[in-house]
Each structure stands twice: as C-alpha cells, then as structure tokens.
Design a protein around this ligand. Structure first.
Ligand code: CA2
Length: 150
C-alpha cells in the first residue's frame, strides 16, 4: 500500500530555532525538528515532506503545489498565523485536511497573537506542546486519512 504523504510547513523565523529565544521556543534546532518530524512520520507509516520559508507568497505557492501531491498538511505559519488571509485562502483553495501547530501557546502571549486566520482552514490545532505538537498533528491526520476520524 502507498504511504500517505504529509506536507509539513514551517513559516518565518522557525529556521532560527535553538539559536534565539530558548525560553519560548526551546534549545533544539530546526534540523532537530526536521529529524523529529521524520521519525514520528516513519513510526506512523507516513511520508513527511518538510518545507520552511520566510516568505508568504512562497508558502502560498507551496500549498498550491501540494494539491494532487500530498494527502494532508501540517502547518506552523508562525507570525503569518495572525496576519495572512493569503495563506488562509490557499489552504481553503486546495481543500486538503490541514492541522495548525504552534510550539508556544499564542493565547498566553501578546494580545495580537490571539487571532489565527489560518486556523479557519484547519481541522485541528495543537498549541504549547513544543515539538510534540507536530507528532499530535501527524497522529490526527493518520487517523483522519485512514477513515478512523470524521
Ligand atoms: O509558537 C509558535 O510556534 C509560533 O508560531 C512561533 C512564531 C510566532 O510568531 C507565533 O505567534 C507562534 C514565531 C516563530 C519565530 O521563531 C523563532 C525561533 C527561534 C528564535 C526566534 C524566533
């Protein structure tokens, strides 16, 4: 049987993980996040396709290209969470099952982080669990795509 493919998108500045603000985002690097996501995907029998960009339009292009290529999307849109109707529209346009992840819990931070546009196109949201949020998102999509979740 073909493995289900999940596109895992990380937005602006997440490439700096481990290098700055460890009190909020931890000490592990973006490369360690990629390794963690790949391990979780492998354990679930999924194929993860990792993608990181600091540019809104590039993320929109990647989401559009995902149609017909992958079965679901995990996205941490980073700061674009709170601003990007373009990424929301792209997620809605492709109509793939999507899950939003945040390392921190944006609700517990500055008021401007309380709005998430992108969550409007996502079936679930995992916040404040660090790297583990990506595993929870992959587990959710795995069940969802195998028909065990509505
Ligand atoms: O908690 C999350 O995962 C966020 O998506 C992270 C974004 C923030 O704008 C969201 O409100 C919540 C910021 C990502 C910046 O990542 C950095 C990593 C290391 C050092 C500096 C920034």
């Amino acid at each position: 049987m073909n493995k289900k493919k999940i596109l895992v998108i990380n937005g602006p500045n997440l490439n700096l993980l481990g290098l700055r603000e460890p009190s909020i985002y931890g000490r592990k690097t973006y490369t360690e996040l990629e390794d963690y996501v790949n391990q979780c995907a492998h354990a679930l029998g999924l194929d993860a396709v990792l993608f990181q960009s600091n540019h809104e339009g590039v993320i929109v292009d990647r989401i559009q290209a995902a149609l017909g290529e992958v079965d679901g999307i995990v996205i941490n849109p980073a700061a674009y969470t709170h601003t990007s109707i373009a990424i929301l529209d792209a997620l809605k346009a492709v109509g793939l099952p999507a899950v939003e992840v945040h390392l921190s819990d944006p609700e517990q931070r500055e008021p401007f982080r309380r709005v998430s546009y992108t969550a409007l196109a996502c079936e679930r949201r995992f916040v404040g669990c660090g790297f583990e949020g990506y595993r929870l998102a992959l587990e959710y999509l795995n069940e969802r795509l195998s028909g065990r979740k509505a």
